[in-house]
Design a protein around this ligand. Structure first.
Ligand code: TYD
Length: 211
């Protein structure tokens, strides 16, 4: 049995979080680990209802929005993330509480510290061992997006510039947890950098043999 490991991916929409979390998950499974790939908002059945309310519902004010994300997260952590970590799985999530700190705390100007406190309470203090920030210029982000934009994607350039800066600032303040990567780099190069960091935490060689 391996100790559980919690990995999150953060960054703007269209930065490649889903691609990179898939590549990491596949690599880890190939190494013999149990991997739980998940996402916020919407990693649970209740979460899918909350996701649709917050992204596609009527206008909600900023505090309601923050509470909907925090509710999704509390339930996700209690019902999916903690049980998986307890049985020794590796949990890889697309977005976690740093998204709320950046989007609601800074983007919606509710205050980063307060939103962090709210979310740390919601998850009873659980933080990832590593958080990968796929950093991308908001202009490049917009160019990568396809389909109808959701409520957050419609929030405007200034909003997205603020959230990007918030992610970078948060990452710089805690380099032990964060790995910041330029999301414009080739997919395979990014995947190799992520593998190297995770392998370090697992005490394995990045391209090493099965544990
Ligand atoms: P995401 O699932 O990453 O978007 P998509 O499926 O469209 O790629 O996230 C949906 C949106 O929710 C995204 O614009 C960021 C936003 N968000 C917050 O504002 N706060 C949060 O805490 C989270 C988890 C996401």
């Amino acid at each position: 049995m391996h100790p559980g490991l919690f990995v999150s991916f953060e960054g703007g929409d269209g930065a490649g979080k889903t691609t990179q979390s898939q590549l990491l998950g596949t690599w880890l499974e190939g190494q013999g680990y149990e991997v739980v790939r998940t996402r916020e908002p919407g990693g649970t059945e209740l979460g899918r209802t909350l996701r649709s309310a917050v992204l596609h519902g009527d206008h909600v004010d900023a505090r309601t929005e923050a509470l909907l994300y925090a509710t999704d997260r509390a339930h996700h952590v209690a019902s999916v993330v903690r049980p998986a970590l307890a049985r020794g799985a590796i949990v890889v999530t697309d977005r976690y509480l740093d998204s709320s700190v950046a989007y609601q705390g800074t983007g919606r100007e509710l205050g980063a510290d307060e939103i962090e406190r709210l979310n740390l309470w919601a998850v009873d203090g659980l933080l990832p061992s590593v958080t990968v920030l796929l950093d991308l210029d908001p202009a490049a982000m917009a160019a990568r997006l396809t389909g109808e934009p959701d409520r957050l994607e419609r929030a405007g350039d200034e909003f997205h510039r603020r959230t990007r800066a918030a992610f970078l600032e948060r990452a710089a303040a805690d380099p032990g947890r964060w790995l910041v990567l330029d999301a414009a780099r080739p997919v395979e190069e990014l995947a190799a950098a992520v593998r190297a960091r995770v392998a370090l935490l697992l005490g394995a060689a990045p391209e090493g043999s099965a544990p």
